[in-house]
Design a protein around this ligand. Structure first.
Ligand code: PLP
Length: 400
């Protein structure tokens, strides 16, 4: 008999983790590799947050906590939603789990029955469709085209909804495109959802604080309060506070849903690390100024990368509103041949040939559900980004 379960057999391994592992392997072999695959800030966790964790250990805060979060952390999350998003939640409407990833997975496991559908706009974060499959549901991918800023159009949403639709997943700013929805765009989607009261909305706001220029960040429950009773607002400390390794994510939503998510966590992970939770309390309640400072550094990097990629032959790079990703098109390179004789027949061949020729690791667009594109994470230094983009320019120019 087969070792792998039928549920897991439907799931692909994470393409972004695979790209990172491949780059690491080439580095070990002594190759000069620049990895632009990883989705985490290069900045360190701020010292006040580290100190709060150390103090928690010294106070003996080393025991189990409530399954879905310490009361102090839930209170900090409630205050955050009120302060930054104009959203009112009680502490009994908050779920804390080991990362945003676990929050999303708990919500899907809690709610999906076989045959239930989840609308996943593409380009999507790699984990959404596979988490839906693992939870027993059916992802329904709907493309957001480049001409529409890679965003889901209301008509496309309307056409994708069926009686089996359980959730729509929104992610703004987006991994992998950096695209963010304006308040008007969210209201237009809410207008469609108003006609379909059986559809819930999960909004993944992980990149909320990474927003550039004069774009104004909003989240759907804030601009469409009529959806409050069927919206799960997901966020976390990983990206905003450079805390990817601490594993704390959280969400606010209707109490009946939060109760089901607690039931899942209670029989699987139990609470996230008590020490990390105390660090997250300090992150949310402590000084916030460094977020804007780091945001300005990210914005300069975005400008650098967009400008240098648009100077590469056959590459077209849209200028995204947020996050730390760009999603350039390689349409202009399809059909060309490398000096070694490889024909670029799609974005996966492009990414592999780029890695072999110039040692630059990117993730091909097919992994995110829209080709022919690739994703660059620009959460690394200006010097490294300049060198990487020069190599991409040289590689693009070498294709005939
Ligand atoms: N959501 C999006 C869109 C992400 O890009 C990520 C991380 O890459 C997550 C959720 C998961 O965050 P966490 O590290 O808190 O699990």
């Amino acid at each position: 008999s087969q070792l792998q379960s039928s549920a897991l057999a439907r799931v692909k391994p994470s393409a972004t983790l695979a790209a990172t592992a491949k780059a690491r392997e080439l580095k070990r072999q002594g190759r000069d590799v620049i990895g632009l695959g990883a989705g985490e800030p290069d900045f360190d966790t701020p010292d006040n947050i580290k100190a709060a964790a150390i103090a928690a250990i010294q106070r003996g805060e080393t025991k189990y906590t409530d399954v879905d979060g310490l009361p102090e952390l839930k209170a900090a999350v409630v205050a955050k939603f009120a302060r930054e998003n104009g959203l009112t939640y009680g502490t009994d409407q908050i779920h804390v789990a080991p990362g945003g990833k676990a929050v999303i997975y708990n919500s899907l496991v809690a709610t999906l029955s076989p045959g239930d559908e989840v609308i996943v706009p593409a380009p999507y974060w790699v984990s959404y469709p596979d988490m839906v499959l693992l939870a027993g549901g059916e992802p329904r991918v709907v493309i957001g085209h480049e001409a529409d800023g890679f965003k889901l159009k209301p008509e496309a949403l309307e056409a994708a909804i069926t009686p089996r639709t359980k959730w729509l997943i929104l992610n703004s700013p987006s991994n992998p495109t950096g695209a963010a929805y304006s308040a008007d765009e969210l209201k237009a989607l809410a207008g469609v959802l108003a006609r379909h009261p059986h559809v819930w909305v999960m909004t993944d706001d992980m990149y909320e604080h990474l927003i550039y220029g004069d774009f104004e960040y909003t989240t759907i429950a804030q601009v469409a309060p009529e959806l409050y009773d069927r919206t799960l607002t997901v966020n976390g400390v990983s990206k905003a506070y450079a805390m990817t390794g601490w594993r704390i994510g959280y969400a606010g939503g209707p109490k009946p849903l939060i109760d089901l998510m607690r039931k899942v966590a209670g029989q699987t992970t139990s609470n996230p690390s008590s020490i990390s939770q105390w660090a997250a309390v300090e992150a949310l309640n402590g000084p916030q100024d460094f977020i804007a400072e780091r945001g300005r550094a990210f914005e300069r990097r975005r400008d650098l990368v967009v400008s240098m990629l648009n100077q590469a032959t056959g590459v077209r790079c849209p200028n995204p509103e947020g996050a730390f990703y760009v999603y350039p098109s390689v349409e202009g390179l399809i059909g060309k041949t490398t000096p070694e004789g490889t024909v670029i027949d799609g974005d996966e061949t492009f990414a592999t040939a780029l890695l072999e020729a110039e040692g630059v690791a990117v993730v091909h667009g097919a992994a995110f559900g829209l080709s022919p594109y690739f994703r660059i994470s620009y959460a690394t230094s200006n010097e490294v980004l300049e060198e990487a983009c020069s190599r991409i320019q040289r590689f693009a120019a070498s294709l005939k």
